[in-house]
Write a protein that binds this ligand. Structure first.
Ligand code: GLU
Length: 478
């Protein structure tokens, strides 16, 4: 059997859409699961949509999520170049060959000609598609117009009356009638190929055995099959991955908020969480398990378990999963992950590293993504918080609470070093001396230091504040 080869073929738009990452991921996982190779090919033939540095940015994003390509613009390989704008001659050659064999033809229609034609067709209630008028130009006229330097495109001559069927690797047998297929432009007037010509030429020349791309390309596939046929090439297996939709059932778009992988990573979604979550939208391992490392996914992924209906991208679920991944890191690591976010904020990291560690540990339970850390750490910096909630005020103003705070404050003042264990002991002793326990011990203390009945672990909270600050906060309520 020949080696499995897949490709991810993005157009460099300046950012990586989460849906594109999922497509790339499925290609990557499929390749790894089949001991195959995965190729990165940059489809930059749409010169109007080019964005500076887009290729470099995309490659660095893939690095951040640990998806490695076996061949591509950086790694090189035997099937390069891997950037379409560097493969120019190849497309020209096949466009000419297709004209020669009668599968394509020169078209000199101007934009105005086409607009007029479309207008007439829609007024007459006909399907709007190119009417092949240039197909019938006499050969001599074509040559004359070419020699005169008249602008042209090359169009695919779609045969009438045929049904094109392919066995989609995800959706199963899929058919299209050629009567509804437009004579697709293959080579544009600027000499650049369109996506359709380039994708077929490249998939063939790069030895791709399985195409996996987004559902939106399904209507293009019959055109590609016609091209394979016209060029005398065997098409690869082709599968289309269902769309990502939002929780309202709409196509995930930039307007709905974050769709760029870079934005998620910058906000402190961990690569392993993003990859895990995206893998599970539209694929399942056949059981209820939800947490998989990239390595585990590589071993488990099969196309048979890819869903054939759209997958819901639910940011809340992603946050939940990311929170789990955050809490699975050990504390020293987490402190380093959080640090740059705090450094960028207006919050000053304490000189006492241990204190910072307690602070991070205190807030880490509630973290959904790292960029939330500075906001959550504010609790350690606002001493003069107000308490307005009646039940809380009542608890703070109890005589027993004031007595407790006084005893506790003195104990904290003389202790050598605050740790959660030491603090637990102090609180217990203070409670005994003040004659309070349970809710009347913990709740007033929590309220006095944070103003809130809920929140981080109390001992961590106090250790994160440090002696001076705790004393100050207790004094406020005495
Ligand atoms: N360049 C196309 C895109 O931007 C790739 C489609 C394909 O994979 O064939 O999505």
């Amino acid at each position: 059997m020949s080696e499995v080869r897949v490709r991810f073929a993005p157009s460099p738009t300046g950012y990586l859409h989460v849906g594109s990452l999922r497509s790339a991921l499925y290609n990557y996982l499929y390749a790894r699961n089949n001991n195959g190779r995965v190729v990165l090919r940059i489809e930059d033939t749409d010169r109007e949509r080019l964005v500076e540095d887009a290729i470099e940015k995309m490659i660095s994003t893939f690095k951040r999520v640990n998806i490695e390509f076996d061949e591509g613009p950086v790694q090189g390989g035997d099937h390069g170049p891997y950037i379409q704008s560097e493969r120019f001659n190849l497309y020209q050659k096949y466009a000419a060959q297709l004209v020669e064999s009668g599968h394509a033809y020169y078209c000199f229609c101007t934009r105005d000609d086409l607009d007029e034609m479309r207008k007439q067709q829609s007024e007459a209630g006909q399907d709007v598609k190119y009417d092949k008028r240039c197909l019938h130009l006499p050969k001599e006229e074509v040559e004359k117009r070419l020699a005169a330097g008249e602008p042209y495109v090359i169009r695919l001559n779609v045969p009438a009356g045929r049904v094109i069927t392919f066995d989609d690797s995800i959706h199963g047998p899929t058919s299209f009638e050629t009567d509804y297929i437009d004579d697709q432009v293959l080579l544009k007037s600027d000499g650049f190929p369109t996506y359709h010509l380039a994708v077929v030429v490249d998939d063939h020349h790069m030895g791709i055995t399985q195409v996996l791309r987004a559902d939106e390309w399904i209507p293009s596939t019959p055109k590609h099959i016609l091209l394979y046929e016209a060029l005398g090439w065997e098409p690869p297996q082709i599968g289309h991955i269902p769309l990502l939709i939002n929780t309202e059932g709409k196509k995930l778009s930039k307007r709905d908020g974050d769709v760029s992988v870079e934005d998620y990573l910058d906000k402190g979604f961990l690569p392993e969480a993003l990859v895990n979550y995206l893998a599970l939208i539209g694929w399942n391992p056949g059981n209820d398990e939800e947490f998989f490392s990239l390595n585990e996914l590589e071993n488990l992924f099969t196309l048979e378990r890819v869903n054939d209906s759209p997958g819901v991208f639910d940011v809340e679920k992603l946050k939940w999963m990311n929170g789990k991944y955050i809490r699975s890191r050990d504390m020293a690591e987490l402190v380093e992950l959080v640090r740059p976010y705090v450094e960028k904020s207006d919050i000053a990291i304490p000189e006492d590293e241990e204190k910072f560690r307690w602070m991070v540990e205190a807030i880490h339970e509630g973290l959904e993504y790292l960029a939330q850390a500075p906001e959550k750490l504010r609790i350690f910096y606002q001493d003069d918080f107000a308490v307005t909630e009646p039940e809380s005020l009542e608890l703070l103003q109890l005589d027993s609470s004031k007595q407790l705070f006084t005893i506790l404050k003195d104990k904290v003042a003389i202790v050598d070093k605050l740790t959660p264990d030491v603090m637990k002991g102090l609180l217990k002793d203070a409670g005994k001396e003040a004659g309070v326990k349970g809710k009347l011990l913990f709740m007033p203390t929590r309220l006095a230091v944070s103003g809130n009945q809920h929140g981080p672990d109390l001992m961590l909270l106090i250790c994160g504040m440090g002696k001076e600050q705790v004393i100050k906060r207790l004094e406020r309520w005495i």
